[in-house]
Design a protein around this ligand. Structure first.
Ligand code: PHE
Length: 340
């Protein structure tokens, strides 16, 4: 019986040692240690042994059983580890592959200018507000004191969505939105897209950009307006730049002006670019906020006054960078854009 036990032990340990299949180990356990296993079967015959032999064989049988159990569990660990290593090997990612670098873009020249303008006005104490591109007729025209028969309301000038909604024709409705929400003192700027029914040419596009400014407080005068705009123009375009305020008409300001700035090319001396006038025309529209507009927004026009201005950002970007044609700004040609 001793020999039979040792034989089972030798055979079992060898098989367990050599197997490469993790799932097969359970089979060996059943084969040797299971209810009908070889070792179990052998042990059933212990009864035939003599009283002297029995403790000795019993002890040996236990050792064999424990030996087999231990071998199975060790082998299990090793095979599990193998399996794990194989998995790591198979799922390894090569992150060193040499791919061409993705091209990195940068902000559009128009938006660079917009940001520069915003920063300048922020430094003068203005804050930034935003307004939607789809506006109500009420904010875009009515509350801005535009007469019902004003030509800019015309279907041939404005993109209407329905009879009450349109693509804003200027950033001035942001004045209304701000004054409806916020009471004086108000000092804001707002830049964004604006839309007019224009054919595309070198200087016109049906979609363009404006920046609006609004200041409302007690005792705000035309002198404050001129000082603010003069400071802005000198800071942005250079100390040598002069301004000229020409009377104009806007429904929402009274008095109203258009502002010309020294020609960017000749700085005022006269050149073909400015038709020898020395001036760059119509850079800005501005004026003192019309009392009707203040009252339309629930602000007491006896107590408060204000000024507003609006400028074309595309135009400013074009003179700043010497861009000859507005189409360049919207064509999205990388050869053009990467120069900025
Ligand atoms: N909204 C005017 C325009 O588009 C510009 C403007 C703004 C004029 C504010 C006066 C005050 O032409």
């Amino acid at each position: 019986m001793r020999d039979a036990l040792l034989k089972i032990q030798e055979e079992a340990l060898l098989k367990i040692q050599e197997t490469e299949i993790l799932e097969g180990l359970e089979g060996f356990r059943i084969q040797y240690l299971g209810k009908k296993g070889e070792l179990t079967k052998l042990l059933k015959e212990m009864g035939k042994l003599s009283a002297e032999e029995r403790p000795f064989i019993g002890k040996l049988a236990n050792e064999v059983k424990e030996g087999i159990e231990e071998a199975i569990s060790n082998r299990k660990k090793i095979l599990k580890n193998f399996q794990y290593q194989r998995l790591i090997e198979e799922e390894k990612l090569d992150v060193t592959v040499n791919k061409p670098m993705a091209k990195q873009g940068h902000s559009h020249p128009l938006y660079q200018v917009m940001e520069e303008l915003e920063n300048l006005f922020i430094s003068m104490g203005f804050s930034i507000v935003e307004g939607p591109e789809i506006e109500t007729v009420e904010n875009n025209f009515d509350k801005l004191n535009a007469p019902k028969n004003h030509p800019t309301r015309d279907l041939s000038d404005t993109f209407y969505i329905d009879k009450n909604l349109l693509l804003r024709t200027h950033t001035s409705p942001v004045q209304i939105r701000t004054m409806m929400q916020q009471k004086p003192p108000i000092r804001i700027i707002s830049a964004g897209r604006t839309f007019r029914f224009d054919d595309v040419d070198d200087t016109h596009s049906p979609m363009f950009h404006q920046m609006e400014g609004l200041v409302v407080d007690e005792n705000v005068t035309m002198a404050n307006l001129m000082h603010t705009l003069d400071s802005f123009i000198k800071e942005f375009f250079g100390k040598e730049m002069k301004t000229r305020y020409r009377p104009h008409y806007f429904p929402f300001t009274e008095p109203s002006c258009e502002v010309d700035v020294s020609c960017f090319k000749c700085k005022g001396a006269g050149c073909p670019d400015c038709h020898d006038t020395g001036w760059s025309m119509e850079l800005l529209g501005c004026g003192m906020v019309h009392p009707n507009v203040l009252e339309n927004c629930g602000i007491d026009s006896k107590k408060y006054s204000g000024f507003a201005f609006g400028m074309g950002v595309d135009r400013i970007a074009m003179v700043k960078y010497g861009i000859p044609n507005i189409r360049f700004l919207f064509d999205n040609d990388a050869r053009f854009l990467k120069q900025f």
